[in-house]
Design a protein around this ligand. Structure first.
Ligand SMILES: Nc1nc2c(c(=O)[nH]1)N[C@H]1C(S)=C(S)[C@@H](COP(=O)(O)OP(=O)(O)OC[C@H]3O[C@@H](n4cnc5c(=O)[nH]c(N)nc54)[C@H](O)[C@@H]3O)O[C@H]1N2
Ligand SMILES: Nc1nc2c(c(=O)[nH]1)N[C@H]1C(S)=C(S)[C@@H](COP(=O)(O)OP(=O)(O)OC[C@H]3O[C@@H](n4cnc5c(=O)[nH]c(N)nc54)[C@H](O)[C@@H]3O)O[C@H]1N2
Ligand code: SF4
Ligand SMILES: [Mo]
Length: 745
């Protein structure tokens, strides 16, 4: 197809939005090289026309003059435009001596959220990690969902075997620590949550929200209860206690596949609702009633998300959510919490069904704090100390891949200072921002509209099974090295093959090795079948054809191929979620492990904490529909309107702090202080202040003009980076103590 720019031609392109986990199908209209309109694609089999305000912002992102288009290399202390060859030569020249003198662990990798939305980054990051073979791998997962990945891995055998509510058939849904009305869902790919929640209620169903803030999701629910930040484990354990105490167990079809029901009973025995109530802030009668309603509802699910993960008991909360689903017969049942059946890339569709190796943690530990490795990663919150602390294994170089830890990780200012001490830093990024300003080389990614797209991870977490692919809307600049090749080039450098290595040949080698592993003696036939493709698209073709809906390279005629998915721009619907236990299990026992030893052994820690009094004021985060983590504040269509980086406080707390009539407060936490505008709001639980994360722009040397005009303050500058969920290594972002006082003028 000739996509050369012809100003006279109007086109409509179907495009999956890569900005959040909802993965909406959009219709992008272009006139030559201009975007003339964006709207939700009505013919999208999965999102059916839904779009949020960020979807429209793809135009601003594509056109943003601050978005980097050429590599930058630091010369005489300043980041200056350079050619791609110069950039890779610099990386080779600087990285190799560090590897040679200090070993593989001296180079750390930090990979961020947008890479989950980019096929090239997600599929090729591991090639680089493998080539470097460093233990210092860090990601946004330990600021986010690692607890859920750990509990799911232990219970079901793989880190991404995470059940999601089957909302279209559910009649009772408990949402705890999530705000899908704003976030559009997480570890649950569910475009148009609003519409689906409305339908649930219209058919007589009930939506219950548990959150320290009366959120936008609470506003469309039947019931909302405040919970003390960090108190969820007590509430969830008390609900499980009630199920045993009142004889409400209903194991149903899964009974033969549930291992450890008795062990769960013993573990939650001390958590009577009457004991847990004060600590979690939900009264005992409500806890018991919620347990009874969950047990009585024919089709129900409990869904917990970010708020339940980013706390000291994140793994326990994530586990207990699915324990509740299983004990009430709602796991893997229509209308309950179900497992998607992804067409490609899902480990729970690969290998022998029903049993597997399961997951382990702690194969190595971080050098300074001895934090255990989880799914190959160390906690993001130990990165700074690994850079700062001298000794063998000290981190001396860093490669960031779509990662902005200076704003997104607790102790951001400490991380910024640590980055300054590195011998060398490379960033794969699209902006010169708070993190990348510390880099020696920046390699720009393309506009999302300039490359093809398939969601590698999210179909495993989707409300309905489907396969969708997007073609590029625009051609990239002819010399722009795609991100998958950027990763391969650095991999080649790390392997000693040189900055000029033939990365396409290297890609062939890597793929051939993968194919040999799965296809054995038929490997050459499989390679032949996909020989017309390169890069991520070849990996996708392999995954689709070998996947559960695939054509098995001709053995299952009519099955999926990339060509077939490509031919259906609105996507291919693969049906509603269907029961998958025991086939999807990959635990060594071949059962659902309801009482993994690692988790059960952590409950006494919570028990000891049962009587801890609440600090006078604690801080939690907040998301806004027109913002996305730390990097979309430069897009005019989203940046306009009221100030978003404000601290919301209950009027009683504001009064007590002398802030009732003061616009600006100093908020101090264990990690530092910031100045913020205060807004009084009774939507907050008393004793809780809410501030969004991802702000704190306008730092010297950054180039994000729009963001700098309204920089906001960084929530993560307040937070202590030393507090983690010990099992998953996840940062504690909810419930750290803060003090608010009027800003002295
Ligand atoms: N206190 C607090 N902190 C939080 C959270 C919270 O709720 N409270 N939320 C946490 C969560 S859930 C997450 S996921 C993390 C996110 O934290 P990060 O993983 O750091 O992600 P972002 O802040 O979105 O920053 C993304 C970076 O990728 C760059 N980028 C964007 N698109 C592309 C691209 O196409 N290619 C490349 N190469 N780069 C790109 C951006 O410029 C930016 O530098 O933040 C966490 N931090
Ligand atoms: N518009 C927008 N959408 C986004 C993002 C964004 O920044 N902006 N970020 C994306 C990313 S990376 C992610 S991971 C998802 C996250 O998606 P969600 O999981 O829906 O996350 P949040 O919207 O932060 O909602 C978390 C809720 O937990 C509450 N909370 C805080 N502490 C506690 C606690 O201790 N217990 C309980 N029960 N609740 C608590 C907060 O008040 C908040 O309402 O959103 C994604 N979508
Ligand atoms: S909800 Fe908005 S940002 Fe998320 S995928 Fe859909 S249009 Fe994009
Ligand atoms: Mo996230």
């Amino acid at each position: 197809m000739d996509k050369t720019v012809n100003p006279a031609i109007e086109r409509t392109h179907h495009r999956i939005c890569p900005l959040c986990e909802a993965c909406c199908g959009l219709e992008v209209r272009t006139h030559g090289d201009r975007i003339t309109g964006i709207r939700g694609a009505e013919d999208d089999v999965f999102s059916r026309g839904y779009i949020c305000p960020k979807g429209y912002a793809l135009k601003d992102l594509h056109e943003d003059p601050d978005r980097l288009r050429t590599p930058l290399v630091r010369r005489n202390g300043e980041l200056q435009p350079a050619s791609w060859d110069e950039a890779f030569a610099e990386i080779e020249q600087r990285l190799l001596p560090i590897l040679a003198a200090h070993g593989r662990d001296a180079v750390a990798l930090s990979v961020g959220n947008p890479s989950a939305h980019k096929m090239g980054l997600l599929l090729y990051f591991n090639r680089l990690a493998k080539a470097l073979s460093t233990k210092n791998v860090y990601s946004a997962s330990t600021l986010d969902q690692m607890p859920k990945q750990l509990s799911s891995g232990l219970m079901f055998g793989h880190w991404l075997s995470i059940p999601v509510p089957d909302i279209e058939r559910s009649d009772w849904l408990l949402v705890i620590g999530a705000n899908p009305m704003v976030s559009n869902g997480s570890l649950w790919t569910v475009p148009d949550f609003r519409g689906k929640a409305k339908a649930l209620r219209a058919r007589g169903g009930k939506l219950v929200v548990i959150d320290p803030r009366r959120t936008e999701t609470a506003a469309v629910a039947d019931e909302h209860h405040f919970v003390r930040p960090g108190g969820d484990v007590f509430l969830l354990a008390a609900m499980a206690h009630t199920l045993f105490d009142e004889g409400l167990l209903r194991l149903g079809r899964l009974e033969p596949w549930l291992e450890g029901v008795d062990a769960v009973q013993a573990a939650v025995q001390p958590f009577a609702p009457e004991r847990a109530a004060t600590r979690c802030g939900v009264d005992a009668a409500t806890i018991r009633r919620l347990a009874r309603e969950l047990a009585a509802a024919p089709r129900a699910a409990v869904y917990g998300r970010l708020g339940t993960c980013t706390q000291s008991y994140g793994s326990l909360c994530s586990w207990l959510v699915d324990v509740l689903n299983a004990l009430t017969g709602h796991l893997d049942e229509p209308g309950g919490a179900m497992f998607a059946h992804a067409a490609a890339f899902a480990e729970n569709t690969a290998g022998a069904p029903g049993r597997g190796r399961g997951v382990t943690t702690g194969r190595h530990r971080s050098r300074v704090s001895a934090a255990p490795e989880v799914w190959g990663e160390l906690p993001m919150t130990v990165l700074a100390e690994e850079i700062e602390t001298p000794g063998p294994g000290q981190v001396r170089a860093l490669i960031t891949v779509a990662s902005n830890p200076v704003l997104s990780a607790p102790g951001g200012p400490r991380i910024a200072a640590a980055l300054e001490r590195l011998d060398f830093m490379v960033s794969l990024d699209i902006y010169l921002n708070e993190t990348t300003r510390h880099a020696d080389v920046i390699l720009p990614g393309m506009s999302p509209l300039e490359h093809s797209h398939y969601d590698v991870a999210f179909p495993q977490l989707s409300w309905r099974n489907h396969a969708r692919f997007s073609e590029p809307v625009f051609d990239p600049a002819p010399d722009h090295v795609p991100e998958w090749q950027q990763l391969l080039r650095i991999a080649a450098i790390a392997k000693g093959l040189g900055a000029q290595a033939d990365v396409l040949a290297l890609d062939d080698e890597f793929v051939a090795a993968d194919v040999r592993k799965i296809a054995g003696e038929h490997a050459h036939l499989v390679m032949q079948a996909v020989s017309g493709l390169r890069g991520p698209e070849r990996l996708l073709e392999l995954a689709l054809r070998a996947g559960p809906h695939g054509d098995r390279f001709g053995m299952k005629p009519g099955g999926l191929t990339l060509a077939k998915v490509r031919a259906a721009p609105g996507g291919i619907d693969l049906g509603e979620l269907a029961p998958r236990v025991p086939e999807m299990l990959r635990t060594p026992s071949g059962k659902v492990e309801l009482a993994p030893a690692l988790l059960v052994a952590d409950l006494p820690r919570a028990l000891q904490d049962l009587d801890t009094p609440a600090p006078a004021l604690v801080v939690i985060g907040r998301r806004d529909v027109r913002s996305n983590n730390s990097w979309m504040h430069n897009l005019p269509v989203l940046a306009k309107g009221p100030e978003r980086c404000t601290a919301l406080m209950h009027p009683a707390d504001a009064n007590a702090a002398g802030l009732a009539d003061v616009a600006v407060a100093q908020l101090s936490g264990p990690g530092g202080s910031v100045h913020v505008t205060v807004e009084c709001s009774d939507t907050l639980m008393p004793g809780v202040v809410s501030l969004p994360h991802g702000w704190g722009h306008g730092q010297p040397g950054t180039r994000m003009t729009v963001a700098a005009a309204r920089p906001g303050a960084s929530l993560n500058a307040l937070l202590d980076d030393a507090v983690r969920d010990p099992l998953s290594g996840n940062a504690v972002l909810a419930g750290q103590a803060v003090v608010a006082r009027p800003l002295a003028v």
